[in-house]
Ligand binder design. Structure first.
Ligand SMILES: NC(=O)c1ccc[n+]([C@@H]2O[C@H](COP(=O)([O-])OP(=O)(O)OC[C@H]3O[C@@H](n4cnc5c(N)ncnc54)[C@H](OP(=O)(O)O)[C@@H]3O)[C@@H](O)[C@H]2O)c1
Length: 228
């Protein structure tokens, strides 16, 4: 049997990076993808396993880049995207810039749409697509309007794709607060203080670690029945 091959867009950071580590440990062939080659190289050096790890520079908001990526990759079993570009979008309404809002929509809605459009034809019937929405869709907070709306839209997209692409399975994982580099963009220097305050509000007494969510995401490709 061929080795399982999994594309992880967002695999250079946070949850995607933790997922890449988990999949490599399990013996999968992993392609981590993102916009920054430097971030991908740093992740690759940290992950090791050069025989089963590849990197791919791609901006999933660009259809030509997504199409070219799937032409290059060839056979593939599963696609995951944890990508989010939220720079400048986590703001009170008067300070929200349309360009920043558009980047969130492009990375978390059009990106998944394009990955499904160009990637699904490469997948076997047992294949899957998994995307990452987020708690803001259900428990919005001030400054989070754009992120809340996009997470909800992504979940709507995923439900429709699960019907249209069946038997390929399509899922969304919705994390709560997780300690990843994204919080440097959201909270800046106040990251640690912000996450500590959130941890005090949670029954578990701590925010999530990227590995916690990697386990939840990993379940979606691995379980042959789960689909939204
Ligand atoms: N952390 C939390 O507390 C939390 C809570 C709820 C939901 N979420 C969601 O969980 C997901 C993962 O978050 P994270 O915290 O792991 O984020 P992260 O550490 O900031 O990682 C985001 C990844 O996405 C890539 N990326 C961004 N835009 C891209 C694009 N247009 N094309 C290709 N790659 C792109 C980034 O690489 P480049 O910059 O090099 O492209 C990076 O690898 C996101 O969807 C986020 O919204 C996070």
């Amino acid at each position: 049997m061929d080795m399982e091959k999994i594309l992880i867009v967002g695999g250079s950071s946070g949850m995607g990076l933790a997922l890449a580590r988990r999949c490599l440990e399990e013996g999968a062939h992993v392609i981590i993808a993102g916009r920054s080659e430097a971030k991908l190289c740093a992740a690759r050096d940290g992950l090791g396993r050069p025989g089963t790890l590849e990197t791919a520079v791609v901006d999933i908001s660009r259809e030509d880049e997504v199409a070219a990526l799937f032409t290059r990759i060839g056979r593939l079993d599963h696609i995951v995207s944890t990508a989010a570009a939220i720079e400048g979008a986590y703001r009170l309404l008067p300070e929200v810039e349309l360009k920043a809002a558009q980047r969130v929509v492009e990375s978390k809605f059009y990106g998944p749409l394009l990955l499904a459009k160009h990637g699904a034809p490469k997948l076997p019937p047992t294949g899957s697509l998994t995307f990452v929405s987020g708690i803001a869709a259900y428990r919005p907070a001030a400054r989070g309007s754009v992120v809340a709306a996009v997470n909800a839209a992504l979940e709507g997209l995923v439900r429709a794709l699960a019907v249209e692409l069946a038997p390929i399975r399509v899922n969304a994982v919705s994390p709560g607060w997780v300690d990843t580099p994204i919080w440097e963009l959201v909270a800046g220097d106040a990251k640690n203080e912000t996450l500590a305050a959130m941890a005090r509000r949670l029954p578990a007494g701590r925010v999530g670690r990227p590995e916690d969510i990697a386990d939840a995401i990993r379940f979606c490709p691995a379980d042959r029945w789960v689909t939204l």
